[in-house]
Write a protein that binds this ligand. Sequence first.
Ligand SMILES: [Fe+2]
Length: 210
Amino acid sequence: MVDMNLQEDPPAAPENRACGGCGCAGAGLHPVDVLSAEHQTILAVLAAMAAEQRALFDGGPVREPFWQAALEFLAGYADRCHHGKEEQLLFAELEQAGMSRERGPTACMRAEHDMGRQARQAMVEALQDHDAPRLAEAAGGYVALLRDHIDKEDHVLFPLARSMLDAAAVARLQAGFARVEHDDLGEGVHGRYEQLARDLAGGLPPAPPR
Ligand SMILES: [Fe+2]
């Protein structure tokens, strides 16, 4: 059963200034600090989604520009950029350092990323069908899942990662994050998603980044 009792969060929209705003750790940040900063950006969007979701439950209209922009942010930033760095780089390093790929914390986090992808797809389909109750239910599930997931990473996995990663692993991750930002995502894309997050947190119906 999905918990629909979403907690109010302050609609913070922090500005990630790492490496000129792209978050690639080019300024020498620890990779865990880069990922933690991205969590704050995702949480700001989740707070905006929770407010929209409550409005839907109260009978409000489906604001399609908001939901289309939010879904674009979740696909491009939360999943492709952030979860990509975690799954392909951080988790791989931790598993290389001895964490069980089958039964360790990274296995749990990978499974929750997959649950998030399914919940996002449910939102996409509900929006296509203009089904407000289904969209509200799927959004409530997604927000609750991601908030709980981020809390586990921030308070359990990331402290563990700091203790397991040696200097060589940190350097490999910094180089890997830069590849994701500059080669995979493309120059300037991270910054445009950060701006989109601020627009969403401000309640605006912005255009998705190109
Ligand atoms: Fe994360």
